[in-house]
Design a protein around this ligand. Structure first.
Ligand code: SAH
Ligand code: SF4
Ligand code: F3S
Length: 447
């Protein structure tokens, strides 16, 4: 029977969130409507993540529970990175699944659902390569102010610990005209902030030299779109952060001064083993150069502790680098061996307690750094994109260009606008402030 309602549960990163929006758009085009509850949906999709063992275990647990008698008449499918990592093995473990669809096949969702309906047999499609034929404009976005826009899919970097090159395939850039068209439409529809997405946004265009459009070229074009207020990008690989990109961040009014600059480890020996293709010294030099170009830039990072053979001294190098760089945001993970990656060759020899201890020491350090950073920000005025009311319904809530959450008092009419807010205190991971007098433009900083 043709499904009438759908529910998609999303795990993992922004890439998956965007793929969910694209799948939802395709289903709604077909006439399906969203179901508020998972158990009532005629079509239930799990858009999964494989990045660490825990991410996979969460989905496996969920699929197992659904198998125990809850199936009803729903069509159940698994999409996303776990579909690519586990492929048809998923059917053997969960015989109640109707389809497994890989990350490079999301345009085929409708055809796959049809095949399930007509053949009443499990359907399996996981291509290794992405064909650039996706109708991105179909994406169904719940947020009316901030949108994710995909500019490049896949990853060619092959860090030795990471599944993404296998679950997302080779890098494929999206044509600039298609990106610009989507951005224009989003601005016309009232969107205020666009985040350009890719596993490595700054590799953009390298696979298509004939386009003559690298990442910074694309940024200049997007910034020119009339009415464009804020551009962000996620995520970048340090090796591809170029001087041209630094100049773009310095010069383009809509481009936010926040760069995710994931170091992963502070020891050059571990970086080499991770195949990150930069040394600690090269990384530090690049951060220095970026800060010379954009003194008020905020940096984010990802770090893995307990990579095979990491010694205490090598871990302390990571600790020292964090202390030196002072990131605004740090995501810190314990190494998790992934099947099919080169790092599986090496024994996962750092005991779990040691990994957890290193993780905790970095979290404590990051907390300290964030506290100190906060003190220096109090009293300053920031541009805030006002997104909605705070939970209590009284205050307004938004984010600065550098991703800091801010609440302040103001009228509903400010929602969806950029405001200057002077922050005076901090609580519950949020700055508290008040609207700055528009008569005092000298107090403005971008932070
Ligand atoms: N393309 C992004 C990363 C996507 S994965 C980038 O290169 O920045 C997000 C983060 O998960 C990685 O940066 C890394 O820190 C972490 N990660 C990836 N594989 C991992 C693994 N096997 N164990 C622990 N953390 C991992
Ligand atoms: Fe994974 Fe490395 Fe690619 Fe990032 S750059 S997605 S960590 S392989
Ligand atoms: Fe997970 Fe795939 Fe994203 S493995 S982090 S959903 S690219």
């Amino acid at each position: 029977m043709e499904p009438k309602t759908y529910f998609i549960r999303t795990y993992g990163c922004q890439m998956n969130e965007l793929d969910t929006e694209i799948m939802a758009g395709q289903l709604e085009k077909r006439g399906l409507i969203p179901s508020l509850k998972e158990e009532n949906a005629d079509l239930l999709i799990f858009n999964t993540c494989s990045i660490r063992d825990l991410a996979e275990r969460k989905v496996m647990g969920k699929l197992g529970r659904i198998g125990r008698g809850q199936k009803n008449h729903a069509i159940i499918g698994v999409t996303g990175c776990m579909a690519m990592a586990k492929k048809d093995a998923l059917f053997r473990k969960f015989p109640h699944l109707d389809f497994v669809m890989g990350t490079n096949n999301i345009t085929e969702l409708g055809a796959i659902v049809d095949e399930v309906l007509y053949t009443k047999r499990p359907v399996f499609k996981t291509d290794d390569h992405f064909e650039e034929n996706l109708d991105y404009l179909v994406a169904k976005r719940d947020n009316k102010m901030k949108a994710h826009v995909s500019i490049i899919r896949g990853c060619d970097k092959f860090c030795t610990y990471c599944v993404v090159p296998y679950t997302r395939g080779q890098e494929v850039s999206r044509p600039p005209e298609s990106i610009l068209e989507e951005c224009r439409r989003l601005v016309d529809a009232g969107y205020k902030e666009i985040t350009l997405l890719g596993q490595n946004v700054n590799s953009y265009g390298k696979d298509k030299p004939e386009w003559n459009c690298l990442f910074h070229d694309l940024l200049y074009q997007i910034d020119k779109i009339p009415g464009m207020q804020r551009i962000r990008f996620m995520t970048s690989h340090p090796i591809d952060i170029t001087v041209e990109l630094m100049q773009a961040i310095r010069d383009l009014p809509s481009l936010c001064e926040f760069v995710h600059f994931p170091i992963q480890a502070g020891s050059s020996r571990i970086l080499k083993k991770m195949h990150r293709i930069y040394t600690k010294e090269q990384y530090l030099e690049k951060v220095g150069l970026l800060r010379e170009h954009v003194p008020n830039v905020s940096l984010g990072t990802d770090i893995i502790v307990g990579f095979p053979t990491e010694t205490e001294e090598e871990f302390l190098e990571t600790y020292e680098v964090m202390k030196q760089i002072r990131y605004s945001v740090a995501f810190i993970y314990a190494y998790s061996p992934r099947k099919g990656t080169p790092a599986m060759r090496w024994k996962d020899d750092i005991p779990e307690e040691v990994k957890q201890d290193r993780l905790q020491r970095l979290l404590d350090l990051q907390n300290e750094i964030a506290n100190e950073e906060r003190q220096t920000l109090l009293g300053q005025t920031f541009e805030v994109l006002v997104e909605r009311h705070n939970k209590d319904g009284k205050m307004l809530k938004g984010r600065t260009r550098c991703w800091k959450k801010v609440i302040f008092e103001g009228g509903e009419d400010l929602i969806g606008t950029l405001q200057q807010v002077k922050v005076h205190s901090y609580g519950h991971q949020t700055f508290i402030g008040e609207l700055a007098s528009p008569l005092n433009p000298l107090s403005l900083t971008s932070g």
